[in-house]
Design a protein around this ligand. Sequence first.
Ligand code: C5P
Length: 228
Amino acid sequence: TGSHAAAGFHVVITAGPTREPLDPVRYLSNHSSGKMGYALATAAAAQGARVTLISGPVALATPPGVERLDVETAREMHEAAQRLAGECDLFIGCAAVADYRAESPAEHKLKKRDGETGLTLRLIENPDIVAEVAARPDRPFVVGFAAETRDLEAYARDKLNRKGLDMIVANDVSAAGLGFGADDNAALLLWRDADGDGGEVLPPQPKSALARAVIERALERRRATAAH
Ligand code: C5P
């Protein structure tokens, strides 16, 4: 269902996992499929927005009409996000960014060493992409995601505040058949603005429908925020 609710808007979305190299042939990553981020890109484009997808490595086709920037590491994703953050209206951080990367990836393939039963990797923290976008003076409306296994609302509300976001999409990842890799998802949408705290329950539904609802609410809240 196309509409023009987002015409004239530039929406930037991070999606998928990041890959953090350990050596030339190995990396640290996670099971993010990118489906939710790609569904958001599809929904925003269908509503008439110009959409840029900053994508980690995923096995998904680029949605029609969407501009896609492929990245691998959190630092590459961070750089692309900072480049685009000042010129977009809505930024959605949907990527499952690796929290840590190898402090010094090996230049050559790591070898198994005789007599050693363990290997210690030294990791350092990656930049928090969505929080840094939200901290900019020229910030767009910023939406983040929170995957939790308990106390969904409290943890998500804390993440919303701590990262300085305008809205957060909270998922209970302990629910069977939803979330990671699945085609359906449910969410608790939380926001904060000049009117105070707000929220809405989005029941289990296809990621495409959920994505449409998230884009619609974000545009609504952005308008309400801009009106103050
Ligand atoms: O802190 P946590 O990883 O649970 O937060 C999830 C939210 O933060 C998501 O919106 C995710 O895309 C974003 N994030 C980020 N950069 C990181 C870690 C998380 O943008 N390094």
